[in-house]
Design a protein around this ligand. Structure first.
Ligand SMILES: [Zn+2]
Ligand SMILES: [Zn+2]
Length: 890
């Protein structure tokens, strides 16, 4: 049998196994009506982006769940796909055109769409490839794109259904407008940033008398669209002016002074200019008072004809000009610095223009009501639970959703306008004539739908809805929706609403939310900070398994994850450890092969009972943790078992047994523990576990009955009969004794080759420990070793070192152990250093200024430090006196 390579080289095995799994068809589930399937519909990455660590985390967590369920024998579907990402994609393709000196209007809609398709198809391939690199075991035969025919038909069908129910309407509403992208945006697509701006105080002259009303505004240029000045009816300063009017300066236009309860008397001067077409609050005031709307801007935010002399100016240039003109007329009273929150386009960062515009909306409240119910009655569970409250808060205050976008890339709105009768035809399939008058003069709405409209249908549209397909019947509703907590509202909430609306059923039972990835020190990763880790680079440096392990070990749902070089390195070290341990076991199996009957484990030795008990305990814990979605903790426990129990102790003890060829052989336990550990680890580290498992399988007597791949092997089940509490107690004690003697040797710098003497005093474990004497001797390098009952313990001489443990006391005579003079020098020097540090800390903790200024945690920390140092000093003194008394004896 050929040996496995000395060093683990991930690049050599990853592609080999992925291709093998793919070829075997393991990723495609078989529909079995007798079994309940496990289903994850992948939240589709945007075709715009390179795969970043967030995608790698999503893919890893989903693959962990999917591989685990597949190993449990569930028909498992993980359906992959990509999102056309309307506005984001259009922005990227537009930028490419700009580089070539072209614009999208020059090349026209058809050509632009064709170009975008080409670009998107290329990106979809890259994204598929990157998922495959990560080991994602998705069913590529069922891969979907949001613009595919199936999902597109679902979009049109959902639109028509909602329209017919009166839940989709077209109306003039205040929306967020991006002047650069020239499209409406939903509230969620707007990023709010705190801006240090100014508050400008402007005089509006009264029409009927001398004097003026002063208004305060952050956007003086919008005065051109003012249609009233509003004051609070209770405001004594303005009471007598209500019903009068002012004259807008420069453009000489008369507008009324009105009273409205909503005016905050403490803001600015208490008199509010009302610009209904460009401010959401003013829009509401205008609705109440029947004020006209005056739109003063073109879609690109340059001023239109309503801006009079300012027509043609860009909005910020207009502001400068307006301010200069007001100043000239002595109508600008003062300017104050003012911080406020301003919306920006989430895609291009241009400042949003709130604007009244004719758009399509979904009336969301009835849909939200059903979606709230589904979470409240437990049909859908959100993990971690704390996000449930956030979900309710958002859903209960939901506003109508603006779904039309003035873009070319996306699902065209299925509405046709009749040029003859003026009525609308709303249809899933393209109509040839107006359904009202039969006229052929119909024109389709030029706009497309918000990308999130198609995303909201994803869990059912990917399975074939609106057709009643076998996939939809079997795989819907899905099991888990796994995604970052930052898109709970964009996505998860809308999927629950639309899933319930279209199918009458929830789209999935569980929402699993993961945290954001931050760098080692907890800082957000960003190109600006230069702390971004590229997954492809991490894969080529550490291997996929190490990256997956680093991303998920020790993490918990909903909490942010810190990732840096050290975690990646320690994950790679773990893979290496596993590799080397397996290599040793494989070599041992090559020299001394296993017999078939040995697979039935008969633990005779205490360490065999112990490792088997520990292994089964681990299996039990891991199974529970996986069921509770605590994947990070499950991994941590497997890691601790493999490294600190199996490799550090069992294999070390087994090496001694193999070397002395003692019977019974530890080989069956080595093979069994390794084989089950590999299966436990497979969902987390698919590649290295397959490679090692296949090599192990070759050497096992029952290889004929074993599955062709670890990924279809059953996940280990715990055997309660293997639990051996007494064996664990004895082994724990043995390990503690050996560890304490090893620590002692390290502390006194005893040469590794040197045997030292030790006595162990113990109670109930006496006979068990005596039986394992040789194990302690060899592993702690002690000779002679005497194990005695506690009652035999006489007075210990001062020159003996006493190590007090849980179930035993270890006494090591110091005589002849160390070079006393050198040791004494070292101890004296260390004591002096510590004394100095104690003095410094002490002075600090007496310093009144420090005590009053420093936060209490800092003071506490310093106190703790002081106590630790004082304790250490005491122990150093003890060691020094032990040393001098033993040297006096000599
Ligand atoms: Zn924009
Ligand atoms: Zn018509």
């Amino acid at each position: 049998m050929s040996e496995i390579p000395k060093a683990y080289e991930p690049g050599k095995i990853e592609k080999k196994w992925y291709d093998f799994w793919l070829k075997q068809g393991y990723f495609s589930p078989k529909i079995d009506p007798k079994k309940k399937p496990f289903v994850i519909i992948m939240p589709p990455p945007n075709v715009t982006g390179e795969l970043h660590l967030g995608h790698a985390l999503t893919a890893t967590l989903e693959d962990i769940m999917v591989r685990w369920h597949r190993m449990q024998g569930d028909p498992t579907l993980w359906l992959p796909g990509t999102d056309h990402a309307g506005i984001a994609t259009q922005v990227v393709v537009e930028q490419q055109l700009t580089k070539q000196g072209k614009t999208k209007s020059e090349i026209g809609r058809e050509k632009f769409t064709k170009l975008t398709w080409e670009w998107a198809n290329k990106r979809r391939e890259d994204i598929r490839h990157q998922h495959q690199l990560l080991g994602a075991s998705c069913d590529w035969a069922r891969e979907r794109f949001t613009l595919d025919e199936g999902p597109s038909k679902a979009v049109r069908t959902a639109f028509v259904r909602l329209y017919k129910k009166g839940l989709i309407y077209r109306g003039e509403r205040m929306i967020n407008w991006c002047p650069r992208c020239q499209t409406a945006l939903s509230d969620l697509e707007v990023e709010h940033k705190d801006i240090v701006g100014h508050l400008y105080y402007i005089h509006y002259p009264l029409t009927e008398s001398e004097g003026f009303v002063t208004v305060a505004t952050t956007r003086p240029e919008t005065f051109l669209g003012d249609t009233a000045v509003a004051v609070n009816p209770e405001d004594k300063r303005y009471k007598k002016l209500i019903g009068k009017s002012v004259n807008l300066p420069i453009i000489d236009k008369e507008i009324p002074i009105i009273a409205d309860d909503a005016v905050d008397t403490s803001f600015g001067t208490g008199a509010l200019k009302i610009t209904p077409a460009h401010d959401p609050t003013d829009f509401e005031v205008a609705q109440r008072h029947n004020l006209p709307l005056v739109d003063i801007m073109h879609p690109d935010a340059t001023m239109n004809k309503n801006a009079g002399p300012y027509q043609g100016l860009e909005r910020f240039a207009c502001r400068d000009k307006v301010l200069a003109d007001l100043e000239d007329k002595k109508l600008l009273e003062k300017i104050e610095p003012y911080s406020h929150s301003v919306g920006h386009c989430g895609r291009c960062q241009t400042m949003i223009e709130p604007k009244v515009s004719l758009q399509w909306f979904v009336q969301t409240q009835p849909l939200a009501k059903a979606a709230i119910e589904a979470v409240r009655d437990g049909r859908v569970t959100i993990i971690p639970e704390r996000f449930t409250k956030i979900y309710f808060d958002w859903m209960e205050n939901i506003r109508d959703w603006c779904i039309s976008r003035q873009l070319w890339w996306g699902h065209r709105i299925p509405v046709w306008y009749c040029q003859d009768c003026g009525k609308l035809t709303v249809s899933v399939d393209e109509p040839s004539a107006c359904t009202h008058c039969g006229s052929k003069q119909i024109i389709q709405d030029p706009d497309v739908l918000d990308t999130w409209f198609s995303s909201a249908l994803w869990p059912h549209s990917t399975l074939g809805w609106p057709e009643n397909t076998a996939d939809l019947r079997y795989f819907y509703p899905g099991s888990v929706m796994e995604t970052g907590y930052d898109i709970l509202f964009f996505w998860v909430a809308r999927m629950i609403m639309m899933g319930l609306e279209d199918t009458g059923e929830i789209p999935f039972h569980t929402v699993y939310l993961h945290g954001l990835i931050r760098d080692e020190s907890g800082e957000k990763m960003s190109k600006l900070r230069g702390n971004v880790i590229n997954p492809a680079e991490a894969i080529s440096k550490y291997g996929v398994d190490a990256l997956r392990f680093a991303l998920t070990t020790g993490t918990s749902p909903g909490n942010d994850i810190n990732l840096g070089k050290s975690k990646l390195e320690s994950s790679r070290n773990f893979v290496n450890k596993l590799w080397n341990a397996t290599r040793f076991i494989l070599r041992s199996l090559d020299t001394e092969s296993l017999e078939a009957q040995e697979i039935e484990l008969q633990p005779q030795r205490i360490e065999d009972q112990w490792i088997d008990s520990q292994l089964n305990k681990l299996i039990k814990n891991v199974t529970r943790l996986m069921e509770e979605f605590q994947f990070g903790e499950a991994e941590q426990q497997i890691y601790d078992f493999v490294w600190s129990k199996f490799c550090d102790w069992y294999i070390e003890i087994a090496k001694i047994r193999l070397l002395s060829q003692s019977t019974p052989s530890p080989l069956p336990f080595l093979a069994n523990t390794l084989e089950k550990s590999l299966r436990l680890l497979h969902p987390f580290m698919p590649f290295v576990t397959e490679e090692l498992w296949q090599n192990l399988k070759q050497r096992l007597p029952d290889k004929g009955q074993m599955p062709a791949s670890i990924m279809i092997a059953p996940y280990p089940l715990a055997d309660d009969k293997a639990f051996a509490l007494e064996a664990e107690r004895v082994m724990d004690s043995i390990i503690e004794i050996i560890r304490s003697i090893r620590n002692f040797r390290a502390q006194y710098k005893v040469k590794p080759s040197k045997w030292i003497e030790a006595r162990v005093y113990t109670g109930e474990l006496l006979s068990s420990l005596i039986a394992e004497e040789s194990m302690i001797e060899t592993l702690a390098k002690v000779r002679p070793l005497t194990i005695l009952g506690r009652q035999k313990r006489g007075s210990t001489k001062d020159k003996d070192s006493v190590l007090v443990l849980k179930e035993a006391e270890v006494v090591v005579p110091l005589a002849g152990m160390v070079d006393r003079l050198a040791e004494e020098k070292r101890l004296v020097k260390e004591s002096e250093e510590i004394r100095e540090r104690i003095a410094q800390l002490d002075a600090r903790l007496r310093d009144k200024a420090f005590l009053t200024k420093a936060p209490s945690q800092v003071v506490e920390k310093e106190k703790e430090k002081l106590a630790t140092l004082q304790d250490k000093l005491k122990r150093l003194h003890q060691e020094l006196s032990q040393l001098s008394s033993s040297s006096a004896d000599n």
